[in-house]
Design a protein around this ligand. Sequence first.
Ligand code: WQD
Length: 340
Amino acid sequence: MLNLRQKPCILVTGGAGFIGSHTVCELLDHDYDVVMIDDFYNAKPEVLDAIRTITKKDFVFEEGDCADRDFMDRIFREHTIDAVIHFAGYKAVGESVAKPLMYYRNNLDTTLTLLETMKKHGCHNLVFSSSATVYAYSEKMPLYESNPLGTTNPYGETKRMIERILTDVSHADPEDSFICLRYFNPVGAHPSGLIGEDPNGIPNNLMPFIVKVATGKIAKLRVFGNDYDTPDGTGMRDYIHVVDLAKAHLLALNYAFKRTGIDYINVGTGNGTSVLEMVESFRRVNHVDVPYEIVGRRPGDLAKVWADTSYAKKTLGFTAEKTIDDMCRDAYNYGVKHMK
Ligand code: WQD
């Protein structure tokens, strides 16, 4: 439960990353104190000043690794942390298949050290960056929080294992209040164009790949299969604007402060959009071409994935507001400024 101090202080691990940086902006805009930690494994230092420019507010930043016990102990000694939003973790599906040990070691160690440090310093509130990849394969859409879990790659398995760790830890301590947010497909960028998604190297995900094609960095988009059981044959996903997703984290914090125990909540729009629909929207709103060719299916891809969003509405009062056009416009606006 929240103590009586005026401005809650929130520790954001991995706060310089894609979703973390947008969430820090929302926290600062809503007058929270923020302590951000990041090791810049998958983020760039210039994000820090971009956040300060966007919000005209400052925050505490500490460069370090959440798995470093002494580092984390110092953070909790020097700051009164009311809640943690835990983004820090490796998140590339393909990389996790090639380097499973690196994923299990990093994603679990960071979380276990964080939880032990929270326990030691009497911090009981946590929002965890989980993922729809924890759900087992299902033909039927939408996916509900009650759907069975089951993963097909080490990255997704680390998310499922962390949810289990949080479940057991919260069952052992009645004061704990943990919220697992199961993201669907976060895309887009801050409307300012100062922060966004800028993966290292060749993007795996659809939207940053489209941006690189539209900005001439890559010749054409490969559409992974058009023989799926969908209206236009291409894969459908529940894309959610990263600013909507950031707002969901603040609602999850308020929900965590008001209760105890653990909960698991989908964060999506409830709508499925196909690859070709995304390409069409991108071309239309940005007045750019996105050359593509249809190639074979990508191993492991599903035809359709989208969320049931009724529980997020019931528990958090959350409904995504931004459209696919907003996602395409903001992603391109960021890409032309930043993507190399
Ligand atoms: C979306 C659609 C592809 C690239 C991944 C992670 C998941 C989560 C979100 C963290 C699919 C098609 C893609 C391309 C294409 N991340 N596509 N050409 O696979 O739904 O989910 O990101 O939690 O864990 O697995 O997202 O953007 O890779 O693919 O045709 O070059 O776009 O086949 O239908 P995905 P994606």
